[in-house]
Design a protein around this ligand. Structure first.
Ligand SMILES: C[S@@+](CC[C@H](N)C(=O)[O-])C[C@H]1O[C@@H](n2cnc3c(N)ncnc32)[C@H](O)[C@@H]1O
Length: 215
């Protein structure tokens, strides 16, 4: 089991990876994330529907990368909504900025964050999405706790990540965080599981809300 303070399962600083856990060959990495076949197993339309993302929502995509989810979320929340696209890798945000420019969408705000802090305004988001990124965080529970501070009342945190076993897609098992480890970090961060979806073939999909404090 991974240490509970840390979500990092070992890709950081490893041969062929930078200190954020990204492979050195960023171009190939981005191509993989944006590959045309990804929709088949990532099922982004079903993910957004399961999360009931609606016009006017403010959503944060942590570890947005080149914007696979961020740009789809931006269309779903529309002009009256907004998407914070958080990442620690400036080159990812550069690609995202180019894609924002091409798409004409003006409701995405790229945020160059810190390793252990998404740098979001407090009480600003209806939903925080962490997709295929939790295993990159240097700290697990503490990061979720910080992310939860950005939630408005009734806001949710959704975590999607690869099952910790050999799969045809995603990182090798030793770099993954299992569903049970994610749940453990979330519980320590004061989050309660509110929903779980099972339609993704390779990933778990968990939805949390901050635990209600006794009055
Ligand atoms: C596997 S990619 C996933 C990108 C996107 N969520 C998707 O599903 O296509 C992981 C992303 O997380 C970013 N990342 C790594 N460490 C991070 C951290 N501590 N905080 C925020 N983003 C981070 C990486 O730079 C990379 O863009």
């Amino acid at each position: 089991m991974a240490m509970v303070g840390s979500a990092n399962t070992g890709s950081h600083g490893h041969r062929g990876h930078d200190h954020h856990g990204n492979p050195d060959d960023l171009r190939a990495y981005i191509e993989k994330m944006e590959s045309p076949g990804r929709d088949e197993w990532q099922k982004p339309a079903e993910v957004l529907a399961a999360l009931a993302v609606k016009q006017g929502d403010v959503v944060c995509d942590i570890g947005a990368g080149p914007g696979y989810f961020a740009l789809k979320l931006a269309r779903a929340v529309g002009d009256k909504g907004a998407v914070f696209a958080v990442d620690v890798e400036p080159r990812m945000l550069e690609v995202l900025r180019e894609r924002i420019e091409k798409s004409g969408q003006r409701n995405v705000m790229p945020v160059l964050a810190l390793d252990d802090d998404p740098l979001l305004p407090p009480a600003s988001c209806d939903l925080v999405l962490i997709a295929d990124t939790f295993h990159h965080f240097p700290v697990g529970a503490a990061y979720l706790e910080r992310a939860a501070r950005s939630l408005r009342k009734g806001g949710r945190i959704a975590g999607i990540d690869f099952h910790k076993r050999e799969l045809p897609v995603g990182p090798p098992p030793k770099h993954k965080v299992s569903r049970e480890e994610f749940l453990e970090h979330a519980a320590l961060a004061g989050l309660e599981l509110r929903a779980e979806h099972h339609f993704l073939p390779y990933q778990y999909f968990l939805v949390f809300e901050p635990r209600q404090r006794a009055p």
